[in-house]
Every structure is written in structure tokens, then in C-alpha cells.
Design a protein around this ligand. Structure first.
Ligand SMILES: [Zn+2]
Ligand SMILES: [Zn+2]
Length: 346
């Protein structure tokens, strides 16, 4: 089968690889029906993810059809259409029992797919702990609607949840890329008074406004984001901030635009260390929440999609085949042609 392989040293390649085989009775084999490229794949390529293993098949955001299950798999069966969770997790360890599945202590737990074990930029993939990692897609939900369930929408859902958004809040989301847009979409479920999208990319801000994901768009190259947010909030600052950009000065912006006692959620994946200047923010009494998604709400996300309350199809700007994925990577990495996300059919 064809698969995108991380070669190490900043290189990836589309190669011929053997079909995956079952290893444990808790595994399933999934035929990938739609996959995509995530900015985390670029971080791996850049060597910014030290635990990524050279030789691994990339891809951690995809949907498919179950073709084989181990005898211990209960929740899915052959031929089920499934959304695949970015994280594999055992469901039984100290962290899993508390919902912190990103830190599952199993050897194949946490974000392993397409990083430490073979992922889904391929025709087939082995999914460990299939009962936890696969969620059946409701009949009225298409592959394109379900594509982002396991990673982007899970991340947005998790970010919005950890922000503890209250009705009427002003929520500032830094970064109107795929993660930021999904964070806005899921933040909306909490009925905030205003969602402000902050990005230097005018076309991405337009996507946020046009699809009703944000109420206000701020381009910090053209106006002072801190002042604009102050103007929207009676001088207080944002009640909740989600930093999903990971740019050179966006961490600083995140705590500066926050009001005293705000929650600042850091979802971005930085490629460099960030500075937390505690003396400058003394007395602001901020709560920072950071980390990688605990992606264990896929069933709930699929239900929201099925009910028409979440719809991430506006992220799909480009469509292609697996054989052309190297060109898709080039377009995605260089942000050409207004690309937000690819939907790629193996
Ligand atoms: Zn990802
Ligand atoms: Zn676990």
C-alpha cells in the first residue's frame, strides 16, 4: 500500500509499505477512506517532535472503515464507518481513569499514531485499543463532516471545556488556522457574548467571520490587539483567551489581552521555548492551562455534528488523492492558495 513515511532529517516520502497486521486482540485494522495533513505533521518533519520515530507512517487525523477486529474489541465491528481518535489509550491506567488520556501510561498510549506508531496517511492502519480509539460515525454524517473529529475538533472541544467559558464572556482566540477555527466553533457551544478572532492572515479572518465562528476579527499587524480587546470589554480585557497560533509573540499577546482572573488556555504547539514574565503579570492573577488534547469526547462530538450543532466542513479548502499528497504537503506548508485543510482520499 501507499503511505507517507517520516524519514528523519526533515524529510518525508510517499512509499510502498506492507499492509498492517493485527498484534493484539484489542487492535483493529481500518481502511482509511479520508485523511488529512495536520500542522503537527510539519512539526515532526521539522524535527520539533523529539519522540517521533524515523520510519513511521505519518497521519493522525482520518476516518475509515473497519476491516478486521481482535476478539477483545466490543464497540466496533467489521464494516463500521469510524472516526479515529488522535490518541490511543488503554482506558484503565491512572491517567485514563481520570480522563487524562493524553498521558495514558501504556507504551502505545497518548499521541502515538503517526508519531511513534504507524498512522493514517496510508491506505490501511492498525489501531491499538480500538474500543477507545474508534467511534462509529452516525449514518447522517459524511466522511468530510467527520474527518476532524479525532484531532482538530477534539482539540477545540477540549480547549473550550478547559476555558470554563460562561454565558456572555468575551473569548479571544489567537490564531484563525484550523485549530483556532475549531476552538471558536466549540467555544460557541457555551454561548459567549463575543468571540474575537486574532490573526495576521486576512483570508483566515474572513473564514471565521463568514461562517459565524467569530463576531470580531482583529489583525494585529494593522491594529493593537490589546487596545481593541480592551475596547470590546469596557477596558477589562478578555474573559477567556485561547492561544492557538504558536507564533513568535503570541504567547505574550495571550496574557496581555487577558483581563485579571482570566483563564488563558495554551493550545499552540511551539517550536521554541516561551518566556513567562511573572513580575510583569503580578497581580493579574491569571490561570494558565496548557497541554495536548485529552481526546476522549469523540462520541459527543459526532453527536453534535449529527445534530447540526458542529460543522467543520468550512475548513476543507482543498481535495486530492493520496498519490498527490506530496504536492498537498507543499501547498499546506507554504499556505498557498488560501489553504486551510486538505481532504485526501487514499
Ligand atoms: Zn494534529
Ligand atoms: Zn491508559
Amino acid at each position: 500500500m501507499k503511505a507517507v513515511v517520516y524519514k528523519g532529517n526533515g524529510e518525508i516520502a510517499l512509499e510502498e509499505r506492507p499492509l498492517p497486521k493485527m498484534r493484539k486482540q484489542t487492535d483493529a485494522i481500518v481502511e482509511v477512506t479520508l485523511t488529512t495533513i495536520c500542522s503537527s505533521d510539519l512539526h515532526i518533519r521539522h524535527g520539533a517532535v523529539p519522540r517521533a520515530v524515523p520510519g513511521v507512517i505519518l497521519g493522525h487525523e482520518f476516518v475509515g472503515r473497519v476491516v478486521e477486529t481482535g476478539s477483545a474489541v466490543r464497540n466496533v465491528k467489521v464494516n463500521d464507518r469510524v472516526a479515529v481518535n488522535v490518541e490511543t489509550f488503554c482506558g484503565e491506567c491512572f491517567f485514563c481513569r481520570r480522563g487524562f488520556v493524553n498521558n495514558c501510561s501504556d507504551a502505545e498510549g497518548g499521541w502515538a499514531l503517526g508519531c511513534r506508531i504507524d498512522g493514517g496517511q496510508a491506505e490501511y492502519v492498525r489501531i491499538p485499543y480500538a474500543d477507545q480509539g474508534l467511534s462509529r460515525i452516525p449514518d447522517n454524517v459524511t466522511d468530510e463532516q467527520a474527518l476532524f473529529t479525532g484531532d482538530l475538533l477534539s482539540t477545540g472541544y477540549w480547549a473550550a471545556k478547559m476555558e470554563e467559558i460562561e454565558v456572555g464572556d468575551t473569548v479571544a482566540v489567537i490564531g484563525a488556522g484550523p485549530t483556532g477555527l475549531c476552538a471558536m466553533m466549540t467555544a460557541r457551544l457555551y454561548r459567549p457574548g463575543c468571540i474575537a478572532a486574532i490573526d495576521t492572515d486576512r483570508s483566515r479572518l474572513e473564514v471565521a467571520l463568514k461562517n459565524g465562528l467569530a463576531d470580531v476579527a482583529i489583525d494585529p499587524e494593522n491594529e493593537d490587539a490589546e487596545q481593541r480587546i480592551a475596547g470590546l470589554t469596557g477596558g477589562r480585557g478578555a474573559d477567556r483567551v485561547i492561544e492557538a497560533a504558536g507564533g513568535a509573540n503570541t504567547f505574550e499577546m495571550a496574557w496581555k489581552i487577558a483581563r485579571p482572573n482570566a483563564v488563558v488556555g495554551i493550545v499552540a504547539m511551539y517550536e521554541e521555548d516561551q518566556v513567562l514574565p511573572l513580575p510583569q503579570m503580578y497581580g493579574k492573577n491569571l490561570t494558565f492551562r496548557t497541554g495536548g488534547v485529552d481526546a476522549c469526547d469523540c462520541a459527543e462530538i459526532l453527536r453534535l455534528i449529527s445534530e447540526g450543532r458542529l460543522d467543520a466542513r468550512c475548513l476543507i479548502t482543498h481535495r486530492g488523492e493520496l498519490s498527490d499528497i506530496m504536492e498537498a504537503y507543499r501547498v499546506f506548508e507554504n499556505r498557498e492558495d488560501g489553504v486551510i485543510k486538505w481532504a485526501i482520499r487514499p
